[in-house]
Design a protein. Sequence first.
Length: 327
Amino acid sequence: MVTKDSIQDDALTASEGKLRCCVVGSVGVGKTLLGLKHMARRFREDTFFLVVASKVSIFEAWIEEATKYGFEYLLPNIRFSTYLSLNKQDLDYDCVYFDEAHNILPSHESWLASFPNTMLALTGTPPKYQTSAKGKIFYKYFPVVYEYLTDDGVNDGVLNDYEIFVHMINLGITPNVKSGKAPKFFYTTEKANYTYWTKRCDEASGPKNQLITRVMRMKALMTYPSKEQYVKSLLFSMSSTDKVLLFANTQEQADKLCHYSYHSKNSNSKANLNAFKEGKINELSCVLQISEGVNIPNLKIGIIMHAYGNERKSSQRINIPVLFKFL
């Protein structure tokens, strides 16, 4: 029978004796715990480890996991760094752990090439193309020695299966979309606003202008009132029985749609996330900060506020929020 422990054991066996390697593991199979077990096998009082991650919330996850699973004795010997600060770090660590290792960049190559000791990379999403700039640096220093993907976890019963639902919403015809520039603001309808930006896209000359106008149309779609109202009703109805995580487009939108939010400008973010994890609240909104390295026990539903429109040349346009539900 495949279990999370057996997956971690197999990954540890595959990485044993490797100076530089990568373990690819799906969300939920315990990559942080795997890293701690890897540390424990190498621990001495004079051994020091560096954990590199994209944000502070991932550092906190390592500390929480170490305390939870009896590895707190490792903590005095662990230092943390973001990828942004990696090039400033010393080279005298005994082992470096790259959490969400797909964040590595070509600008890190000098440090990676100079580091003489063990490097273990952990990720669920390695670069797709090995010949891309990021792919070349990733696979050069982090050759994959073990892989366990989401489909493997679902098939083995280790991870919950899930369904994805796309909710199609008609563009509104009420003049509630603020447009124009100060001091000449005016209100138009979602349908008229989308038609305006679509016309701009069709008339744009050259790839650069086409890209700019498409981005502007996408930004307009992000905050259309009809989508926000629909998502708010979804959140209200589903959070009464299940734990629901909402991915908003902006911090302002996250605060508007949900009483409890998690983002860099909210001083209550950490308390809200902990309450959500512990089941004290059933709804939480975020932007991007929770997209990597954070595990939510018993999460049942996620809502992603996509900003897409119907590309067909039709008078009827749509914007789409996506809902995923774990079975």
